[in-house]
Design a protein around this ligand. Structure first.
Ligand SMILES: Cc1cc2nc3c(=O)[nH]c(=O)nc-3n(C[C@H](O)[C@H](O)[C@H](O)COP(=O)(O)OP(=O)(O)OC[C@H]3O[C@@H](n4cnc5c(N)ncnc54)[C@H](O)[C@@H]3O)c2cc1C
Length: 312
């Protein structure tokens, strides 16, 4: 059990950068829900990250690393501990390799939008599939994010991590087991950045592919409402959205949350939703899928924090 004071004391006189105590996570999650974290620490560089992480570990203070919070539900009771927000570490650099290959090195906090725009600027093909995924590089690597037939594993060459002993290490792609929206990094590993192997291409073709993807997203996804993208993982050969739609659950509402009438695997915040509303819909879908279809739907979204009744 921690609170803001324990974190304040732990960080003491060290230069921890920008720290916000008792910070409402609803202001940071793409779903616009979530109670307060004891502290939100904005990470600007590796040196600060290592110092903060070592101190938190030394003082036994729980922490959780996040990127853009586009795949996270923070429960209404908030998070007891420190949330490390990586979006201050955002540099991207490219260097040529042999032939037409180029290595793009992106820090964990860089947005995928920037990765995509940089690939257009430098005429590189390989990351078009990231267009419209609103996450950071760290979050995308951790989740093995993917879309339109490709995943992060298809372009990752190496990943820089801070391991569970707070030591920096480079992991080659072969050392990481990637599966559908999952990687096997040990719990509490922090991703510092990644290098992607891309290939020189034609700017017009790269742009065309990105535009097609963005158009398809506009058509299929309820982008006008806050969401966390797809809530459930698809089952082999059976999209989760189709299962939910077949059960007639599109448009089901709890409080301010709704199973999107446009895409059944999206739960949207129509205004004023709580995390409990969203979790209520998740439980309802899982219950009905087990009962009516005999399948267990696993969440793709990551759920953290405490229920409201346990808030300080
Ligand atoms: C409208 C919309 C569309 C989406 N479309 C897609 C899609 O097509 N495909 C897809 O895969 N996803 C999609 N998503 C989900 C989400 O954007 C991705 O999973 C994205 O990769 C998450 O990145 P993030 O930075 O927001 O991660 P967060 O939500 O901040 O974190 C997600 C997980 O990654 C971990 N994490 C984040 N950064 C680090 C780090 N530096 N080190 C260690 N762990 C870290 C967190 O601890 C957490 O477990 C969509 C979301 C939305 C809202």
């Amino acid at each position: 059990m921690t609170d803001g004071n324990a974190i304040k004391e732990a960080l003491g006189s060290m230069d921890a950068g920008r720290v916000f105590y008792d910070e409402k996570m609803s202001g940071h999650t793409s779903l616009k829900v979530g109670g307060s974290a004891d502290a939100l620490i904005v990470i600007e560089n590796e040196h600060q990250l290592v110092a903060v992480v070592r101190k938190l570990r030394e003082k036994n203070i729980k922490f959780f690393t996040v990127g853009n919070l586009t795949n996270i539900i923070v429960r209404d009771g908030g998070y007891r501990g420190a949330v490390l927000l990586m979006t201050g570490m955002k540099d991207i650099q490219c260097r040529p390799l042999a032939g037409d290959n180029v290595l793009m090195a992106a820090m964990a906090g860089a947005s995928l939008a920037k990765v995509v725009s940089q690939s257009v600027a430098e005429e590189l093909t390989g990351v078009e599939f990231c267009a419209g995924i609103p996450g950071s590089v760290g979050g995308a690597v951790w989740m093995n994010a993917g879309a339109y037939g490709k995943e992060m594993k298809d372009v990752i060459q190496e990943v820089d991590i801070l391991d569970t002993s707070s030591m920096k290490r480079v992991m080659s792609r072969d050392e990481i087991a990637f599966s559908y929206r999952h990687t096997d990094f040990p719990d509490r590993t922090i991703i510092l950045g990644a290098r992607f192997k891309l290939v020189k291409g034609e700017r017009a073709k790269i742009k065309e592919r990105i535009n097609d993807i963005m158009k398809s997203r506009q058509e299929k996804h309820p982008l006008e409402y806050p969401s966390a993208g797809s809530v459930f993982k698809n089952l082999p050969g059976m999209p989760a959205g189709k299962i939910i739609e077949d059960m007639g659950l599109k448009g089901t509402v709890i409080g301010g949350a709704e199973i999107s009438p446009r895409h059944a695997n999206f739960i949207i915040n129509r205004g004023g939703a709580t995390a409990a509303d969203i979790l209520g819909l998740i439980e309802l879908i899982q219950f009905r899928a087990r009962k009516e279809k005999g399948v267990a739907l696993e969440t793709e979204v990551v759920i953290i924090g405490e229920n409201e009744c346990s808030e300080k």
